[in-house]
Design a protein around this ligand. Structure first.
Ligand code: SF4
Length: 323
């Protein structure tokens, strides 16, 4: 197996990054707390969505100790709109671990980083390189695609990609900037469907330049299951809306919604709202009940104080109920 040729590659990529990188707030610090939060937020969410949430996060949780002491509900609320709420639970749990085991100081040891909830090898690599200057590569989806194209190895295994990523960062001389530049290239030019090879600084160093075979890169489609949910809406002029907290596991775990019951078959009516998740398409039907609510839950006068899933916000907005 060949390795990536190094000659001029690092200079080409780092030079391009120096003049083309987006000005993003987490790129102005080496403090591991905001860098960690940005890395977790960006795992499944677009930069444009993350930016306002990132700024607001530090108004609510200015430091790790504050985050660790916070109620999980308030962490979920701060995460509202970012989706994949498991990440918020991990952040909360990891903050508590940092306080308990590391005296509220972010660990600078790679293995200690890896042991924190929600931090895998790639995220640990980002934190270790950005904050502590370690030669630890990032290997997120963007970087994988770039490396596969550089090597013209569309089916390269993760093991192979980690090897290539390590060789590349070792040769770069600037591990922190190298990781940022690799992610930026994958996000801005070497994009999935239409790589901008004509603008790319890596043309001379890429075995796939102008010849990317998109068809060979296609992954197996994610299987999406249709789910039909009846959302029971109880609204009282004086008391507000009846909400209950969902269980700790499953879809929308720990978030607040009106009572929901799953329908065995699709009813003969159109759903009021369809909300797409990675593996589920939620068809939401509204049942506006005049009966008093029963079971767990509480009246909520101001839904802005509770963490509701985006799909429920959108459904309620159709009834004129907004924060
Ligand atoms: S030349 Fe094209 S395929 Fe190669 S890294 Fe650049 S954008 Fe990607």
């Amino acid at each position: 197996m060949s390795s990536i040729p190094c000659s001029g590659r690092a200079g080409a990529l780092l030079g391009w990054y120096a003049s083309h990188a987006r000005d993003l707030p987490w790129r102005h610090t080496q403090d591991p707390y905001p860098i960690w939060v940005s890395e977790i937020m960006l795992q499944q969410t677009q930069v444009a969505t993350v930016l306002p949430r990132f700024a607001a996060w530090f108004e609510t949780f200015p430091d790790i100790a504050t985050l660790a002491q916070a109620e999980l509900d308030s962490v979920l609320k701060a995460w509202e709109g970012l989706g994949y709420y498991r990440r918020a639970r991990f952040i909360h749990s990891a903050a508590q671990t940092i306080v308990e085991r590391h005296g509220s100081v972010f660990p600078c040891d790679f293995d200690a980083l890896l042991s924190l909830p929600g931090i895998g090898r790639s995220t640990a690599g980002a934190i270790a390189s950005f904050c502590f200057g370690m030669n630890t590569p990032v290997l997120d989806g963007n970087v994988k695609r770039v490396l596969r194209r550089w090597q013209a190895e569309p089916e390269a295994s993760d093991k192979r990609l980690w090897q290539l990523a390590q060789e590349a960062i070792d040769a770069s001389g600037e591990p922190d900037t190298w990781n940022q530049a690799m992610m930026e290239l994958g996000a801005m030019l070497c994009i999935p469907a239409a790589p901008a090879c004509q603008l790319c600084p890596m043309q001379q160093h890429c075995a796939s330049a102008f010849e990317v075979n998109i068809a060979s890169e296609k992954k197996a489609a994610v299987r999406v299951r249709d789910v039909h949910w009846q959302v029971h809406l109880h609204v009282d002029k004086a008391q507000g809306i009846w909400l209950m907290q969902r269980p700790d596991t499953g879809i929308w775990a720990g978030l607040w919604t009106p009572p929901i019951s799953e329908l065995a078959v699709a009813p003969g009516t159109s759903p009021c709202h369809i909300h797409q998740l990675t593996h589920r398409r939620l068809h939401l039907y509204m049942d506006v009940s005049g009966n008093p609510p029963s079971g767990d839950g509480q009246w909520v006068a101001d839904i802005g104080k509770f963490a509701l899933p985006t799909g429920i916000h959108q459904l309620l907005a159709k009834r004129g109920i907004t924060t």
